[in-house]
Write a protein that binds this ligand. Structure first.
Ligand code: ZN
Length: 242
């Protein structure tokens, strides 16, 4: 079962995704269970970033009511591969720094066309990588790596403090921010007591202060993300017929 703090954060994130749906030309549905798996991997890999590959879950087509609720005014239903399916199981592909994480080891890229398929071999439809203690805004290396993605690229920014209490959070970057922090629990800026709100805890004992998640298409346009349950229904979306 997914931790309740993560479901709460996903619900708040989805509200914002729905409110802002007209700003996006497409959306993806990511099971929140996968986000929890990825967070576990991410903390075990610190201080590295990790790269995760996904394929569409071809047994789970998006629900028609969900599509109707999530489509914005400028919706383009034919923007990327796997667009009409819920995102499938995550696969941990690589770890490294902000540059090397995108360069998958050669033995892993084993097909003849790898030279034409980018540094990640483009084996999966969708990709995600983490930004430990940094906002989820793509760097130049991230934008380059996304050029061979058939689906979407996602970035998960994780704001945490170390078990010894030390913290570092880098947010001096321009771009659209999408946080999973419920607004009521947003952290107070360095106050007299120097305490930040704790959103949840990782399996490694790190305190998680916030999460950010974005998705984008190789052309540079942002893709809306909704976090869904195991039935493919976004957390917090009220559906009359259910
Ligand atoms: Zn990055």
């Amino acid at each position: 079962m997914v931790a309740s703090w993560l479901v709460d954060a996903a619900t708040s994130y989805n509200h914002s995704s729905l409110e802002n749906r007209d700003s996006y030309s497409a959306f993806v549905l990511l099971p929140v269970r996968h986000l929890e798996t990825i967070l576990n991997w991410a903390f075990k890999a610190l201080p590295d970033e990790i790269l995760i590959g996904f394929d569409p879950l071809d047994t789970m087509q998006m629900d028609a009511e969900v599509i109707e609720a999530c489509c914005g005014a400028e919706h383009d239903g034919d923007l990327f591969a796997g667009q009409s399916f819920v995102i499938g199981e995550p696969h941990l592909v690589n770890r490294g720094n902000s540059f090397s994480v995108h360069h998958v080891p050669e033995e892993w890229i084993d097909d003849l066309f790898s030279n034409n398929r980018g540094s990640r071999g483009a084996r999966f439809t969708h990709w995600m990588h983490t930004h430990p203690n940094c906002v989820a805004i793509p760097s130049e290396a991230d934008a380059d790596a996304a050029q061979h993605t058939d689906g979407v690229d996602m970035i998960l920014g994780i704001e945490f403090s170390n078990p010894d209490g030390s913290v570092f959070w880098f947010d001096d970057v321009e771009g659209v921010r999408r946080t999973l922090k419920p607004p009521a629990r947003s952290w107070r800026r360095w106050g007299r007591r120097r305490q930040r709100t704790v959103l949840g805890r990782s399996s490694t004992g790190h305190r998680i202060h916030g999460l950010e998640l974005i998705a984008y298409h190789r052309t540079g346009v942002g893709i809306n993300v909704l976090l869904v349950d195991d039935e493919g229904i976004p957390h917090g979306l009220n559906m009359d017929s259910r």
